[in-house]
Structures are given as structure tokens and as C-alpha cells.
Design a protein around this ligand. Structure first.
Ligand SMILES: Cc1cc2nc3c(=O)[nH]c(=O)nc-3n(C[C@H](O)[C@H](O)[C@H](O)COP(=O)(O)O)c2cc1C
Ligand SMILES: [Mn+2]
Length: 468
């Protein structure tokens, strides 16, 4: 059964023995981060539950986290069996991708509006927003869908962007130029607007959570993609103090504005490769309203040295996004795993028929925006190897890889700026390893140059005479 909303998802996780509820009092720091780390480590060894912490000291609102820290729970998000193999999960995700768009519906009556607080009533410190790692510059919201509208076209976008709690009505939020919120912000700036309206949905339908970190084509709308993933339209409602549509079933909606041109220090933050990023000046959100369900549940996400929920929530979306784009150029591409290392190492499987065909697949993958940006190493295997099965991939490397011919370097390429090997400069060297079986260059070697048939010269003279 596909979860209807966040609470339904929690109850499915409970039924499937995928949720551990802690009723004892737990200090927000360092314990919440420590619990997140511990369950992610268990996940690497095949286990690890999602956590619902009912009593975070100092808060009246429960905190759920690590809901997508497991591929089992990603499968449950899509209404699949929790033991669905990764390759099948990938194939099902591809099918839902093809269902785009399933357009949302707008409703008047929404659970996310059961409680409405505006202006001076706004107090973000009521929510269990915690510091996830001891070196973080402050408490962070890591699992919100940050919604903005294109100031030119009016199309809506949302993405998972981290937010540092600064005050009871203020967050720091990095607007990365390469991401859509960055495009919207830049347009607002160019159009001379003073601010960009924003809403942040927290405690979301799992289809919204997965969509918020799915690199879908920029002309697609996230709400219609979430509908495709879910198999039914999302319900949206008009926000209270900004002109944006927000998911009706979310636990909490935070509304506000990003003043254009105003920045403040944000960070450091323990990032997905497992290293801290530096402090920097980023834009901020000034909160104008908070609406929420009665007895809301806050949702967080532990992030740090992989494997964490950051990997889990985005692994299939990242894999499928690159796959769908590359397959248009290279139909011999069979499947693609960007899941095992977030975006830094990709593994492609292909049906290879002739020598050099792996380079075609390589070029197609490297031409996709997501892989050209972040992926540093690409492994290419034959279609009898499941790229989601790392033992099989290592076997292919051990037996089919020829180090004298199978390595391609791409120098001075774009790199993910969070890759610790390319700090600050965001470019460097990518490497592609060909782990496919060799094929002969041509089935039959050439046996000589094709000469003109006898009489050609004579016929040329006749033709020139008769057709001057
Ligand atoms: C846990 C997590 C945190 C993320 N934090 C950020 C962030 O702070 N800034 C950012 O630009 N992208 C961040 N991302 C990546 C974006 O969510 C992702 O690239 C998304 O597809 C961007 O959507 P957009 O292209 O619509 O902007 C994060 C992803 C995850 C899974
Ligand atoms: Mn987008």
C-alpha cells in the first residue's frame, strides 16, 4: 500500500517492524545525533530502525528521524515490499518516472492548517531542531521541502536544502546557484525584487521527501513528479502569508521570505561525504507564519559519514535521473547505480556488442548534468553484473579489467564542491574504469582495398560523352 501521508507512513513502518519508539527522555544534544549515527551504522550491516523520539528534553513535540535511512523503507515509501532487491527498486522507480506528470489538486481544507501562528506568535524554538554533529555551527533542519516560485514563469519548485536555526523566526539557507532555488533567487535579483517568498514543509508524505532530493529535469514540476511516484495526485493548499501552494497533509509548514542581497554567516555543517564544510555567508529566511497539524510530529535527518539517511532518501532518484537522460543517447545502457556512494562513484551496466562501445556509454553518462557535476569515478560493467551488487562488481574488476587499457582520465572536469579532494575549486580529474569483457574490434579483418571494377574507365568516358 502506498502511504497516504507522513503519519500513515509512520504507522506502516510500525507494522513492518521498521520503527523504534523511544518514550524515555532523551537530551537533544549529543544524543539525537548519536542515535542517528548508531542506527545508520546498523543499517550498513543490514539492520537499523527508523526512530520516533517522543520525549526530547525541553520540547513538547516528538521528533522522527532516519525514516529513509534504509532502502527497505524507501521501498515501503513507494508501496513495495520492504525486501525488494535494489535493482527491482531501481526498475520500479524508472516506471514511475515515466508516469510524469500526475498533476496536484488544490483543496481548501488541509490538516497542515489545524493550527495557525503568525507574526509574534512564531517561535521556531518550540520544535525539536537539533545539532546533528558536534562540529555543526548550530541546530539544523535537514529534511524540509523548501518551496519557491519562479518569479518569471510562476512555476513551483521544491528541494531539500538544509537550514540553520538562527533565531525564533530566522533560518540560514544556502541558495546554491546550480539548484532551482538558486535560479529563482537570481531571477528575483535581476528583476529588482526585494525578496523571494518561500515555504518549508516538514513531516511530509514520503513521495514528497524523495521528490525533494530528486534531480528531475528543470522544466518539470516537483509536485507533479511526487504524484507520479505516488501514483495519485498530491493535495495542495494555499499558504497563509505567501503566495505559494503547500502540501496539505504535511505536519508543519513554515512560511517566510528570503530578503534579496542579505547574507549572514552559516555553518560549518557535517556534509554527506563525511567531512565538515566551512562557514560561509548565505541567505536567510525570515519567517512570517507557521501552520501545523494538531499534535505535530517534527521530522529530522542524520547526515555524516556514509551510509546515512542522506544516501537513502536520494539514492534511487539520483541513479534514475542520470540513467533516464543517458539512455536517450546510449540505449545499450541497462541500469545505473549512483546509490552506493551518493553521487561520487557511479556503476553502469551495459549490453556490449563491439569494442569501444563502453566509451559511448561513458560519454552519455558524463554528459548528464548530475554526473558531469558530482560524479568522480565511473565503473562500467557488462549486463550480467548487477551494478547494485558490489561483490559482483568487484568480481568484474578482478577478472575483466585490464589496467593497461581500461582507464580513462578526464582532467580539469567539474567536481562536486563538497568533494574533499577538490575543496573550493570544484574541478579536478574524473576516472572511468572499463570492467567489461574485451570484444574484437571488428568481426572480420579487412582483406584489401576495394578497387574499381574492370571497365570503369571506359564507362566513365561513355557517360561523360552522353551526358556532357
Ligand atoms: C539531506 C540532503 C540535504 C541537502 N542539502 C542541500 C543544500 O543545503 N543545498 C542544496 O543546494 N542542495 C542540497 N541537497 C541536494 C538537493 O536537495 C537536490 O540536488 C535537489 O534535487 C535539488 O532540487 P532542485 O534542482 O529543484 O533545486 C540536499 C540533499 C539531501 C538528500
Ligand atoms: Mn527542481
Amino acid at each position: 500500500m502506498v502511504p497516504k501521508d507522513f503519519r500513515h507512513f509512520l504507522s506502516i513502518l510500525g507494522d513492518e517492524k521498521e520503527l523504534l519508539t523511544l518514550s524515555e527522555e532523551v537530551p537533544p544534544e549529543p544524543d539525537i545525533g548519536a542515535i542517528g549515527r548508531a542506527t545508520c551504522d546498523m543499517e550498513m550491516n543490514g539492520g537499523g530502525p527508523a526512530i520516533l523520539c517522543q520525549n526530547v528534553s525541553g520540547y513538547n513535540i516528538p521528533l522522527a528521524f532516519c525514516l529513509h535511512a534504509s532502502s527497505r523503507r524507501v521501498a515501503l515509501s513507494l508501496g513495495l515490499k520492504k525486501n525488494t532487491p535494489l535493482k527491482s527498486l531501481f526498475q520500479e522507480f524508472c516506471k514511475r518516472w515515466d508516469k510524469y506528470p500526475v498533476k496536484p489538486v488544490v483543496v481548501d481544507d488541509a490538516p497542515c492548517k489545524e493550527v495557525i501562528k503568525k507574526g509574534a506568535q512564531v517561535d521556531l524554538t518550540e520544535f525539536p531542531i537539533v545539532r546533528w554533529n558536534t562540529g555543526d555551527g548550530g541546530p539544523y533542519v535537514c529534511k524540509g521541502a523548501v518551496i519557491t516560485k519562479d518569479p518569471e514563469t510562476g512555476s513551483l519548485n521544491f528541494g531539500m536544502y538544509r537550514m540553520q536555526l538562527k533565531d525564533k523566526n530566522r533560518f540560514g539557507v544556502p541558495v546554491v546557484p546550480a539548484h532551482d532555488i538558486g535560479r529563482h533567487y537570481q531571477k528575483a535579483q535581476e528583476l529588482g525584487k526585494k525578496e523571494l517568498e518561500v515555504a518549508v514543509a516538514i513531516g511530509n508524505d514520503p513521495a514528497v521527501s524523495i521528490t525533494s532530493c530528486s534531480p528531475i529535469p528543470p522544466e518539470w514540476e516537483e509536485y507533479s513528479f511526487a504524484g507520479a511516484l505516488k501514483g495519485e495526485p498530491l493535495s495542495l493548499v494555499q499558504a497563509e502569508t505567501v503566495d505559494l501552494l503547500v502540501p496539505a497533509t504535511s505536519e508543519i509548514i513554515i512560511e517566510g521570505r528570503i530578503p534579496v542581497g542579505k547574507t549572514a554567516v552559516e555553518g560549518p555543517f557535517g556534509e554527506f561525504p563525511g567531512y565538515y564544510s566551512h562557514t560561509r555567508r548565505t541567505t536567510e529566511i525570515e519567517v512570517s507564519a507557521i501552520t501545523h497539524r494538531n499534535d505535530p510530529i517534527f521530522e529530522g535527518l542524520y547526515i555524516g559519514v556514509p551510509w546515512t539517511e542522506c544516501d537513502g532518501v536520494s539514492h534511487m532518484a539520483n541513479s534514475v535521473s542520470v540513467f533516464k537522460e543517458a539512455k536517450q543517447l546510449a540505449p545499450e545502457l541497462e541500469s545505473f547505480n549512483l546509490a552506493s556512494s551518493w553521487c561520487l562513484v557511479g556503476i553502469a551496466s551495459m549490453k556490449k556488442r563491439y569494442a569501444g562501445q563502453d566509451k559511448k556509454v561513458m560519454n552519455a553518462i558524463l554528459a548528464t548534468p548530475h554526473a558531469s557535476y558530482g560524479m568522480k569515478v565511473l565503473l562500467i560493467v557488462d549486463h550480467d553484473i548487477d551494478p547494485f551488487n558490489l561483490d559482483q562488481v568487484l568480481w568484474a574488476m578482478a577478472t575483466r579489467f585490464d589496467a593497461s587499457t581500461g582507464v580513462t582520465f578526464i582532467h580539469e572536469a567539474t567536481m562536486n564542491p563538497l568533494d574533499p579532494i577538490a575543496p573550493g575549486k570544484a574541478y579536478g580529474t574524473k576516472m572511468v574504469l572499463n570492467l567489461t569483457e574485451p570484444k574484437p574490434p571488428q568481426p572480420i579483418p579487412p582483406i584489401g582495398i576495394v578497387k574499381p571494377p574492370p571497365g570503369t574507365e571506359g564507362w566513365r568516358e561513355i557517360l561523360q560523352r552522353r551526358w556532357p
